[in-house]
Design a protein around this ligand. Structure first.
Ligand code: SAH
Length: 418
């Protein structure tokens, strides 16, 4: 990412304003660390740090290479294996992290205004991809929900700046915090609990709402037993799936009905499966919001159910597979690919000629080529001719940042099965 360097006069006027001109702590990185940054990545691992220059936890630091050349500014974590997360390559000392974060949020909001359509629910800030590492913000109509995932996003002044900027830009009724206890432990942050962090003056705090994507309505309820919220990253894939879906449809791993509700208006019959009853209860309430034909919600283990259905020779015109991330780490990759293959093989066998398979993986560790290889091997074993209609990824509000492969995680392949 390139940024204009501030002109000399801008730097001078900053000085005049007596902005925090205290030099930032300097963190020196190895050659390997420097090369990684130069190649476009934004993470530097602890093993690539030569000296931390006494940087305190959560600090904005200046990153230099072995020969003291400045690589940019980063946020320092004293706990994570990812010790540094770059936030800029150009800003000189003197810019505070709170100012920079406000700029990043404003830019993230502008990006969505330029590119996101047909929804009042989308990701407003996507961490590294918006140069705001460790911050996730989602919008559900008049509510915002945020998660803090790094030390540098946690201090009170940073939270205040973040909330002020979000409130100013998007004017939500309330801003809610969703705590990730596992991440807070990893980052050695004090415990917190979920809660309302902000409410618009004159309004009552609000924790539930209804949002609309692609004309389909959904409940959002931050206080429900099972946390609700949608998989916003599938939003554009829902609409794409509905363009091809027809006949008798099965949505496997439906959660709160994302695909099923989009397929319902275009299919003759829709059944949807999930192992979680609370998720299916919300799915059913979502269905009631949208009217239309009844959807059959099936509480079951997807692996068992697909085996039973395929043994019983059930046939479908459309099948969606959107399992949870099977490969959460590289170590379990092989098992994960086996899991994907089993699901896809069964689905392929159950599709009628001309049927549509929408198959997804949200495991970053399973690359697009590994996913396609798995699918190809499932097609061969199923003796089916499979043609790809679309290769898709996460919605545009979860942008993929080139140079940071971790930001490209969702694969969604739509195919026609002969
Ligand atoms: N398709 C959904 C998101 C799916 S998330 C959407 O677009 O919103 C993954 C879902 O898989 C979760 O709802 C989880 O409850 C469910 N799940 C996990 N393991 C399962 C299993 N073995 N059988 C059935 N459902 C499972």
């Amino acid at each position: 990412m390139t940024e204009p360097r501030p002109s000399k006069t801008a730097a001078a006027s900053n000085k005049d304003k007596n902005k925090a001109m205290v030099a930032l702590p300097q963190v020196r990185v190895t050659r390997r660390g420097a090369q990684r940054v130069q190649a476009g990545h934004v993470w530097i691992y602890r093993s690539d740090i030569q000296s931390t220059g006494d940087a305190p936890a959560a600090a904005l630091v200046s990153v230099v290479d072995e020969r003291s050349r400045v690589l940019g500014n980063a946020l320092y974590s004293s706990a994570s294996q990812i010790a540094l997360r770059m936030v800029t390559r150009a800003t000189p000392d003197g810019v505070s992290w709170t100012d920079l974060l406000r700029q990043r949020i404003a830019q993230a909001v502008d990006f969505r205004q330029r590119h996101v359509n047909n929804t009042d629910a989308y990701r407003v800030v996507f961490s590294e991809a918006d140069s705001a590492p460790g911050l996730i913000v989602d919008r559900y109509n008049d509510l915002l929900s945020f998660q803090v995932l790094t030390q540098a996003m946690d201090p009170e002044p940073v939270r205040e700046a973040m909330i002020a900027e979000l409130a100013e830009r998007l004017d939500p009724v309330s801003i809610l915090e969703r705590v990730e206890p596992r991440i807070r432990t990893l980052e050695e942050l004090p415990e917190r609990s979920d809660g309302v962090a902000y409410t618009r003056a004159g309004s009552e705090p609000k924790t539930s709402t209804i949002f609309t994507m692609n004309g389909v309505r959904f409940h959002y309820d931050a206080e429900a037993g099972q946390k609700t919220g949608a998989f916003l990253d599938q939003r554009e894939n829902y609409a794409a799936a509905a363009r091809y879906a027809h006949g008798r449809a099965l949505d496997v791993f439906t959660y709160q009905g994302g695909f099923a509700l989009h397929l319902n208006p275009v299919c003759e019959q829709v059944a949807a499966v999930d192992a979680s009853r609370p998720a299916l209860e919300v799915a059913d309430r979502n269905a009631a919001l949208n009217g239309g034909r009844e959807i059959e919600w099936v509480e079951a283990n997807a692996f068992d159910l697909l085996r039973d259905y395929s043994d019983a020779a059930s046939r479908y015109d459309t099948i969606v597979l959107d399992p949870p991330a099977f490969a959460k780490t590289k170590r379990v990759l092989e098992g994960a690919v086996r899991g994907y293959k089993e699901l896809n093989l069964r689905a392929l066998k159950m599709l009628k000629p001309g049927g549509i398979l929408v198959t997804c993986s949200c495991s970053f560790h399973v690359s697009e080529s590994e996913f396609l290889e798995m699918l190809s091997s499932a097609a061969a074993d199923a003796h089916r001719r499979v043609r790809i209609l679309e290769k898709r990824t996460q919605s545009i509000d979860h942008p993929i940042l080139l140079g940071v492969p971790e930001t490209y995680y969702l694969k969604c392949v739509i195919c026609e099965v002969g």
